[in-house]
Write a protein that binds this ligand. Structure first.
Ligand code: FAD
Length: 515
């Protein structure tokens, strides 16, 4: 029996959902996207997480297919500047920890010291970022060879469930170009597109959505409605009245101001990472695309006025910001109590959002879509599927929330009310216990958030070591163990890194070749 789906919203969430469902279900599910010309998309959302490659893989798209059309670049890490103190920086790379004699290399590093910068001592990727290198050679080989990239492999597509190794990069792209690209992909494969406003939502006697009323295209009906209407949450929040769980008490940043800055990347080079630079009331993102920089100040309105935030951002960018128009955005931080209610599932900003400090918006969309495919159609036939979906998506965003709280609690910065107050905000009870544990032993599988949320223990380790505000000591057992193998591994990291920096092309060179 053919099922039908109507998706309200044509932003990143709407078109990612439409194209993925089409790739999954082909014409066994009839899909319509309705999007307004009057109501714009959020217009930001340009950095991603390393899991995003599974999304493109599932759609059967290679990097050469989509990256040039979306001004795509590689992202190997997040570079955090000024979180410990002005002038300092460290990387959170997409690179798993090496283990020596059963002990993570960063634990050894605490004991034997290295050169004093844990990221460059223990990981390769920080070196590639500093060198503005490409993660691929000009013949397209990846700098790490752990991944099966055989183009002739059998017909099977990967999902987040296959992320059993750490792929070393994610992407930056122009979010509106990606939405256009995915729109063409989906419509070219049979998804219906309606450009119109949904002006009313009618419920049936059970409180389920009966139909969407549009301004010019009459009523739209479906078995399942997907709310991708952005922060408005037109179906899930407005029509169905599902309560919203705010995270504002622990993550107070609720505004952003953004600029699109044209640059000559051939001259400037493209550092393959997102940079998050701490400020007096939040932080500024710098996202290098192929032809411009996306930048924005995420801040808390309780500590900074919008005019002040814009001025800080313009000063940060310098003369290149002079004639650019700033985009001011209010953010709703938290999640819908349930993301899937009756015959309506919210995906994207309509269902929840945490500030973009680790670029998790699109990851949470991808995760939600994969869960939707798994539990589809989840309507009245099997409410357990819906409940399982709700548990899985809520756990993912709660985990991301916990990881982000760590950035503020763990930052050594405490030079004004914003940063001092950050240390006093409530943290989830279990997290408070975990933070105690990290002081005696760096985070590991037993002492990090236990449910899938994409971040692995090594990410927590990088934060604990890089942010500098958590007192840490190495486990006493290391004083009794032989350190020779660990010292040799630290030397090996350095040698491998130097060789890579010498042999990899620059990101500009590689991406120019892809075009
Ligand atoms: P929107 O882009 O707001 O789209 C909503 C759609 O709904 C539009 O097409 C609109 O026309 C339509 N619509 C709404 N109401 C109606 C109606 N009544 N009738 C018809 N159509 C309607 N994520 C990342 O992964 N990485 C990042 O670096 C990142 N940075 C971000 C920075 C900021 C400041 C913010 C706020 C978010 C960021 N995000 C990031 C999140 C990311 O932008 C979003 O998750 C993503 O763009 C999805 O948005 P959306 O499609 O849910 O909503």
């Amino acid at each position: 029996m053919t099922q039908s789906v109507v998706i309200l919203g044509g932003g990143t969430a709407g078109w990612m959902t439409a194209s993925y469902l089409r790739a999954a279900f082909a014409d066994r599910v009839d899909i319509t996207v309705v999007e307004s010309r009057r109501i714009g998309t959020i217009g930001v959302g340009e950095a991603t997480f390393s899991t995003v490659r599974h999304f493109f893989d599932y759609l059967g798209l290679s990097e050469a297919d989509w990256m040039p059309e979306c001004n795509g670049t590689y992202k190997l890490a997040v570079r955090l500047e000024n979180w410990r103190a002005p002038g300092t920086y460290f990387y959170h790379p997409f690179e798993r920890m090496r283990v020596v004699d059963g002990v993570p290399l960063t634990d050894w590093w605490q004991k034997v010291g290295g050169t004093g910068s844990f990221d460059r001592d223990c990981f390769l990727i920080p070196w590639l970022c500093d060198a503005k290198a490409s993660p691929r050679y000009l013949d397209h080989r990846l700098f790490e060879q752990d991944f099966d990239e055989d183009p002739d492999r059998p017909l099977y597509r990967t999902t987040l469930a296959e992320q059993n190794t750490q792929f070393p990069y994610a992407y930056h792209f122009d979010a509106s170009l990606l939405a256009d690209f995915l729109c063409r992909y989906a419509v070219g494969r049979g998804v219906h597109r309606i450009i119109d406003d949904v002006v009313d939502v009618r419920l049936d006697e059970r409180g389920w959505i009966d139909r969407l009323v549009t301004r010019e295209h009459g009523d739209l009906t479906a078995d399942l409605y997907v709310d991708c209407s952005g922060f408005r949450s037109r179906l899930l929040g407005d029509a169905l009245g599902e309560p919203f769980v705010s995270f504002q008490d622990s993550l107070p940043n609720d505004r952003a101001v953004a600029l699109r800055v044209p640059v000559d990347t051939a001259v400037r080079g493209i550092r393959p990472c997102t940079t998050a630079t701490a400020q007096d009331a939040g932080w500024i993102w710098t996202i290098p695309l192929y032809d411009r920089i996306g930048t924005g100040y995420v801040y808390a309105a309780d500590y900074c006025e919008p005019e002040e935030a814009e001025r800080v951002l313009r000063d940060f960018v310098g003369p290149a910001a002079a004639d650019l128009e700033a985009n001011h955005i209010r953010m709703r931080i938290g999640r819908s109590h349930r993301a899937w209610v009756n015959n309506c599932v919210g995906i994207g900003l309509s269902a929840g959002f945490v500030e973009p400090l680790q670029s998790t918006g699109i990851f949470l969309i991808q995760h939600a879509i994969e869960q939707l495919v798994r539990y589809f159609p989840g309507t009245d036939r099997d409410p357990v599927l819906r409940d399982t979906y709700n548990l899985s998506t809520a756990r993912a965003i709660e985990g991301v929330r916990e990881f982000l709280i760590l950035h503020y609690r763990g930052a050594a910065r405490a030079d004004n009310d914003y940063w001092r107050d950050a240390k006093k905000r409530p943290v989830p009870e279990d997290m408070a216990v975990r933070m105690e544990q990290w002081q005696s032993k760096l985070p590991d599988n037993d002492t990090t958030y236990p449910y899938y949320h994409a971040f692995e223990p090594y990410s927590y380790v990088c934060m604990a070591l890089g942010l500098g505000g958590i007192p840490l000591r190495h486990p006493p057992a290391l004083d009794l163990l032989d350190t020779r193998a660990a010292r040799a591994e630290l030397t090996r990291v350095r040698e491998q890194a130097r060789k890579l920096v010498d042999t990899l092309p620059s990101q500009v060179e590689y991406l120019s070749g892809l075009r």
